[in-house]
Write a new protein. Structure first.
Length: 277
């Protein structure tokens, strides 16, 4: 039996087995402006979460053997969209991301990064789905037998495969020291770190992640917003700000902005997640 656990829609923990939702915990966030804008969800609760997850399973096969992996670019701004742009423009040559049914994977095409990461976020645990593994290729998966999520192992595999400009998404501060070691051990390789799924971070973890990354999304993290608002080289967005800590990170965000026609005018009272935690 396959089992997949994600934290989504207000950081609610959702368990899916064999294409069916078997457990939904209460969300920690009541309101998300992104789900309000794109899915018309005004309040996050178990009913609206179930409706959205059922929609994803039916629409593109989330956590299912028939999973659609590719998605065309659309005019929005996020981590997967930015990484997709960097791949399309040959700024990076690979991305270490996470896919349900596979765990940590190495992608080289923007449409795949967008179709995988842009559709499913907050993946905590997953088990192998042979059909998805076959589409992605065992050689592009850190451990196709277990579908473990191992971003450090993903970077190591990308280096072994000869990639020199690698983007990696991380959500845990414990990965930062290992990434820094890999940078020291491989001076001819550029590793760019993108932080995702920051809602609910402790202040200490938020500081570690921010200080060791290139691009960081704020999600509904009060601490990441406090740190990012003060220390970023560039901030894009108001409802869900994305921060650039490094010059490279700033360059990456500006490349994405150029792709979608520049920054939008600032709003006086932008809607933000409620509550921030």
């Amino acid at each position: 039996m396959d089992e997949h656990i994600i934290e989504a829609l207000g950081k609610a923990k959702i368990k899916i087995q064999n294409g069916k939702i078997v457990e939904i915990e209460d969300p920690e966030i009541d309101y998300c402006p992104l789900f309000h804008k794109y899915r018309n969800i005004e309040k996050l609760d178990k009913d609206t979460i179930k409706e959205n997850i059922d929609f994803r399973i039916a629409d593109f096969g989330m956590c299912m053997p028939n999973r659609e992996l590719r998605m065309k670019d659309f005019l929005s701004f996020g981590i997967s969209e930015t990484i997709s742009t960097l791949l399309d423009d040959n700024v990076i040559d690979s991305a270490v991301i996470v896919c349900e049914g596979c765990g940590t994977v190495i992608m080289t095409e923007g449409e795949l990064v967008q179709g995988i990461g842009g559709r499913v976020s907050g993946l905590v645990k997953t088990t192998p789905i042979p059909e998805i593994i076959a589409k992605i290729g065992k050689e592009n998966i850190v451990n196709p037998n277990t579908a473990e999520i191992d971003q450090i192992g993903g970077i190591e595999l990308a280096i072994k495969k000869g990639f020199k400009n690698i983007a990696v998404t991380i959500a845990y501060s414990k990965d930062c020291n290992e990434i820094n070691k890999l940078k020291e051990e491989n001076p001819d390789v550029n590793i760019y770190t993108f932080v995702v799924h920051t809602t609910g971070l402790s202040k200490e973890d938020a500081e570690i992640l921010f200080n060791n990354s290139d691009v960081i999304t704020s999600c509904a993290s009060k601490y990441m917003r406090e740190i990012g608002d003060k220390n970023s080289l560039k901030i894009v967005g108001q409802s869900i700000p994305i921060y650039a800590r490094t010059e490279k990170g700033k360059e990456f965000l500006e490349l994405r902005l150029a792709k979608i026609g520049g920054e939008k005018p600032k709003k006086e009272n932008p809607k933000i997640p409620d509550p921030l935690i």
